[in-house]
Ligand binder design. Structure first.
Ligand code: SAH
Length: 258
């Protein structure tokens, strides 16, 4: 069974451990597949006030996370990772300047299993020398800036954990999911059959597995075409004969409808 260990370096450990305590992510930890441990650089601060930030050299607004407490906390996380069983856990800095985390990266990290050390910045960010001395890579959750790395780290850990065998009740539910095969997922319906007069597509009520599967695949193709057409070019979809046929049916339907 694959197992994951996350060491999160953060000035707000409760923010991470508390938020990790719900739903699939919680069950993954209870089942032993995933472990989350927090390391607070404030515990490594050496002065009386436990200072972890200071003004930027050269002036300018805000504060910068000091190198030394952060390096010490990363060191503790490394030791804990080694004690858990991975002495080569990569140290990843959460940063809006990193490559954008996506489903492919989540899958690659889940496949590696083992330990990951996620470093959460605060304020204006971290002293560049931390990056040079102790960081193996950076990860962004999108082209926007939030005030700390904790929410991004939670996003990354959640996305990876749910891919680990045994964390999701029905692993089949992962197969059709958005982005896994380059398509957005088809629309979902559950009981009752009518909601304020709106019914359920008849194919889904037909009991005919082939009709259901075709309907869903076509709906996934249609959604992707409408919302994220570039995904169709990136993935394998256009190379697949039955997908090409469904896409053609869809285009024909739409042309005759319109
Ligand atoms: N001044 C920095 C941003 C600081 S935001 C810059 O312009 O690059 C404070 C911290 O929040 C960052 O150090 C990082 O750890 C985290 N953060 C902010 N936006 C993020 C994003 N999109 N992805 C991952 N981490 C992010």
């Amino acid at each position: 069974m694959s197992r994951l260990w996350f060491g999160v370096v953060t000035l707000f450990p409760e923010m991470v451990t508390e938020a990790a305590n719900f739903g699939v992510f919680r069950r993954a930890q209870e089942g032993g597949a995933v472990q989350v441990e927090a390391f607070n650089p404030r515990d490594d601060a050496t002065d009386r006030h436990r200072t972890v930030d200071d003004k930027p050299y050269g002036g300018g607004p805000g504060m910068v996370m000091m190198a030394e407490p952060l390096l010490a906390a990363i060191g503790r996380a490394r030791q804990a990772a080694a004690a858990w069983g991975d002495d080569a856990a990569p140290v990843l800095l959460m940063s809006p300047q990193g490559p954008v985390f996506d489903q492919r990266r989540a899958q690659a990290m889940a496949d590696r299993s083992g330990g990951f050390i996620l470093v959460c910045g605060r304020y204006e960010g971290v002293d560049q020398r931390v990056i040079e001395l102790a960081v193996d890579g950076e990860l962004s959750v999108g082209d926007f800036v939030v005030s700390g790395g904790e929410l991004p780290a939670l996003v990354v850990m959640d996305a990876i954990s749910r891919l680990i065998e045994g964390t999701i009740g029905n692993p089949d539910s992962l197969l059709s999911e958005s982005h896994l095969d380059g398509l957005l997922e088809y629309p979902q319906y559950t009981r009752p059959e009518f909601v304020e007069g709106l019914g359920v597509p008849s194919e889904l009520l037909s009991g005919d597995h082939k009709r259901v599967a075709d309907f869903r695949r076509k709906a996934a193709l249609g959604r992707t075409l409408d919302r994220r057409p570039e995904l169709l070019l990136e993935g394998e979809v256009l190379a697949d004969q039955s997908d090409r046929r469904l896409l053609k049916d869809l285009l024909v339907e739409r042309t005759t409808d319109g």
